[in-house]
Design a binder for this molecule. Structure first.
Ligand code: IMP
Ligand code: MG
Length: 177
């Protein structure tokens, strides 16, 4: 068990299982993207660890960029997210893979996809480590998902609680007190 600030977390997904699932996801991408030279866009901060492990398993040429958007608490009612670090290379006519840590309500991804379509990309897909299907509030097509989890708050492997806990190599779930 681990303690972060006022909360306790218990082991949830062991790093060996994470590695297996990331491997499986990479295999799917390896089948679909040979010869396409896509741009992976890893979403900061949460996706840094997943992205680093994922790209080491990819066998096709690709570029990687990092982008950062304001968190979902800071969003207005139109569901727009604010770009904090943008994508600096030309995405026109390119295949885009957005690499995300977790899809919760789906709001972040839902507002990001049209931004890429506007820029004239050839295709855009989402590759996420985790997804909480029970919480999805918007229509969202997620082609690549490593693991689905129930509606619970987790930390580790890039995911944080109030900025902390990203460093753990396994994933932990909050313990209900
Ligand atoms: P969405 O826009 O509601 O899908 O929010 C997705 C973002 O919320 C993720 O990129 C995470 O930063 C954050 N998030 C959602 N669920 C969790 C969780 O269980 N632990 C840590 N961060 C989470
Ligand atoms: Mg995130």
């Amino acid at each position: 068990m681990i303690t972060i600030k006022d909360k306790q977390f218990e082991p949830f997904i062991h790093h060996t299982q994470i590695e297996e699932r990331v491997e499986k996801l990479a295999e799917k991408l390896n089948k679909d993207y040979q010869g396409k030279n896509p741009i992976l866009i890893a979403i900061l901060n949460g996706a840094f660890m997943f992205a680093a492990d994922l790209v080491r398993k990819l066998t096709f040429d690709h570029e990687i960029q990092f982008a950062k958007f304001s968190s979902y608490e800071g969003m207005d009612t139109t569901g727009k997210v604010k770009e904090l670090i943008g994508v600096s290379i030309d995405v026109k006519d390119r295949d885009i893979i957005i690499v995300e840590d977790i899809i919760d309500t789906g709001t972040t991804m839902h507002s990001l996809i049209p931004k890429f379509i506007e820029k004239g990309v050839r295709s855009v897909e989402i590759a996420t480590l985790l997804m909480k299907p029970g919480k999805l509030r918007v229509p969202l097509q997620v082609k690549y998902c490593a693991m689905e989890i129930p509606n619970e708050f987790i930390v580790g492997y890039g995911l944080d609680y109030d900025g902390l806990g990203r460093n753990y190599k396994s994933i932990y779930v909050v313990k209900e007190s």
